[in-house]
Design a protein around this ligand. Structure first.
Ligand SMILES: C[S@@+](CC[C@H](N)C(=O)[O-])C[C@H]1O[C@@H](n2cnc3c(N)ncnc32)[C@H](O)[C@@H]1O
Length: 228
């Protein structure tokens, strides 16, 4: 049965998963990072604890911690059930079972909720949404986008992908997007058009292997940067 989430759901990954999904080196972690669509991930919280710098943007940051918690609780069983029905699309090695997945995701989301008010006051969680951001040109070294672009190819248009990636390239010198698969673990139909479009605009676009695979075949990220 194909995976068909009604809309983009809050579902948060951990610092360790971000490091592996995006192939982040110790040097990368010291750069000024923008997380686009970070939602209830705990990457920002752990980065803060390590003394590093991340600003996360997401439309869910217009809501209070209690409201986000409510939305997580309302969608958690739905996501778990969809994952159970589509278990063959995932690789159950690092995350060995559905129960482990639930524990890991919920633990990351609780970490996020614990940090949310402080982080908002510190300007680390900002209510903004792609494809239009308020930041100055090249305000960041690196913009990351995990489990939003490409994944929701059935909900987001090609034009949205083009505008969102162009906006991330405006505010950051380098952009990394993971995964490049859609919800059904097929290569997103927008990958080739984005490679063609941004290459023609003069950017270097690479598809790189990373040390993270949960969706079967999903161990690749897209990296875009200007030529120096
Ligand atoms: C599946 S979650 C992924 C969360 C996190 N990046 C991770 O990998 O753990 C997708 C996120 O995209 C966010 N989102 C939806 N529309 C967006 C937009 N226009 N711009 C930025 N983020 C958006 C959702 O609110 C949600 O938090």
């Amino acid at each position: 049965m194909p995976v068909t989430y009604d809309c983009v759901v809050p579902w948060g990954r951990s610092f360790d998963e971000y490091v592996r999904m995006f192939g982040l080196t110790e040097h990368d972690l010291t750069r000024k990072i923008l997380g686009c669509g970070d939602g209830p991930a705990s990457f920002n919280k752990t980065m803060r604890e390590r003394g590093n710098s991340v600003v996360s943007i997401d439309p869910i940051y217009q809501f209070s911690a209690a409201q986000i918690r409510e939305r997580i609780d309302a969608t958690y069983q739905q996501v778990m059930e969809q994952t159970r029905q589509n278990a063959d699309k995932f690789l159950w090695t690092t995350i060995p079972s559905l129960e482990a997945l639930g524990r890991i995701r919920m633990s990351a989301m609780l970490e996020f909720l614990d940090d949310y008010e402080t982080g908002t006051a510190e300007g680390r969680y900002r209510f903004e949404e792609l494809p239009s951001l308020s930041f100055a040109d090249s305000a960041f070294d690196l913009a990351l986008c995990s489990h939003f672009l490409f994944l929701y190819s059935d909900n987001l248009s090609e034009e949205f992908h083009r505008e969102a990636i162009a906006e991330m390239l405006r505010v950051a010198r380098e952009v990394r997007i993971f995964p490049i698969l859609d919800l059904n673990a097929n290569l997103s139909r927008y990958v080739e058009p984005m490679i063609a479009y941004f290459s023609a605009c003069g950017f270097q676009v690479k598809i790189l292997d990373v040390d993270y695979e949960f969706q079967r075949g999903g161990n690749k990220m897209m990296k875009l940067q200007g030529y120096v």
